[in-house]
Write a protein that binds this ligand. Sequence first.
Ligand code: HAM
Length: 420
Amino acid sequence: MSITGIKGMNDILPGEVETWQFLEEQARHIFGTYGFSEIRVPVVEKTELFCRSIGETTDIVEKEMYTFNDKSNNSLTLRPEGTAPVMRSFIQNKLHTKDPVAKLYYTGPMFRYERPQKGRYRQFHQIGAEVIGIEDPKIDAQVLTMLSHYFDAVGIEDVELQLNSLGCPECRPAYRQALIGFLEARLEALCDDCRRRYQTNPLRVLDCKATGCKEATAEAPSVLDHLCGGCDEHFSKVQGYLVDVGTPFTINARMVRGLDYYTKTTFEMVTNSLGSQNAVAAGGRYDGLIKDLGGPPLPGIGFAMGVERLVLMKGDKRIEPSRPDLFLAALGDEAANYSFALMSRLQRQGLHAEMDYEGKSLKSQLRRANKLQARRVLIIGGDELARQEAQLRTMETGTQETLSLEGIEKFLLSGLTPAL
Ligand code: HAM
């Protein structure tokens, strides 16, 4: 029996990969205009990095990490997300000593042992961006505007930017306590999972999909009513700047995030078109994370988009593979050798050219040209070669013209008709 790939880990095949490349190229281009540079970090890190940053009681750390011991018995983990590795690298390479502000982006595979379904995989890909070193709420608005700009640029509509604030170590404990108190009075109505975690991770209960939990928490206290003066002012300013620059958003005070490092602004780009996997991108501020990981006390904010979900949302507006500009159909060995050399010269000069390598009949070569959706076919037979001529067929119109082989290269590259 042949060996298959791993459940929840997908191949990205020709025909699909063009949309991936488009989404990645647009990110490079757009993030570049906002001053971001790419950073590449390994896919494997010490397990401790994720436990300390994402949080011991989160779903990711509790049950979703691909953790293993290497041959030296070090506990390693396939990265479930990109923020912690980027912060680890920022600290380790002392990037703040080179520039007090870092704007970094990354793309690549992430790994979570989740139950696979549409839009949820075990190996998935993120395009993420992080800004380190700026506390001003203008940068929150800038990051959100860049995210919104990206969605416009790649033509993904039907998304809504939802905003919340999760407060800071000063105000969150009081909110947590208020929420635990509220949940305690409604334990009966909660699902087993939530009854187990309402003390360790009460915010997560607000995100539970179980009907009982949803109903029981409908009137739960709002985090926004518990923000301290500083967090409240920060959140108002973020909204003000977003209005100023015309970036649309809504407030969702029930939005909680599945990672513990967030402070103040959090957000999700959500859609109704992907079923329960409704977040296409998500992120927020993490002002304590760099210090918690042993670095300088610098604030940070960022987001990550799920590329598979972006591709799903592109739907039938996917990017088509490139079509050959020219298919060279040769008849006989001599013509094939001539065509092969011509094709190689054209390719070097940037023309997408193809030919047949098996000496097939003209009919069969034309069939292949059709299958490849070649725009033009250059037909060279033995007699034609002797006369230094060739037939150029434009596939769309079916028109055919006789051309001189002299100067044909220039013509094929420029579209000019060489004199016969
Ligand atoms: P996250 O919400 O865990 O945040 O993931 C971000 C995005 O990755 C999600 O909105 C979703 O589009 C995609 N995603 C997550 N899990 C899966 C999965 N199993 N299959 C397919 N797509 C998935 C983070 O990862 C944070 N590091 C984001 C961030 C950056 N916060 C600050 N900076």
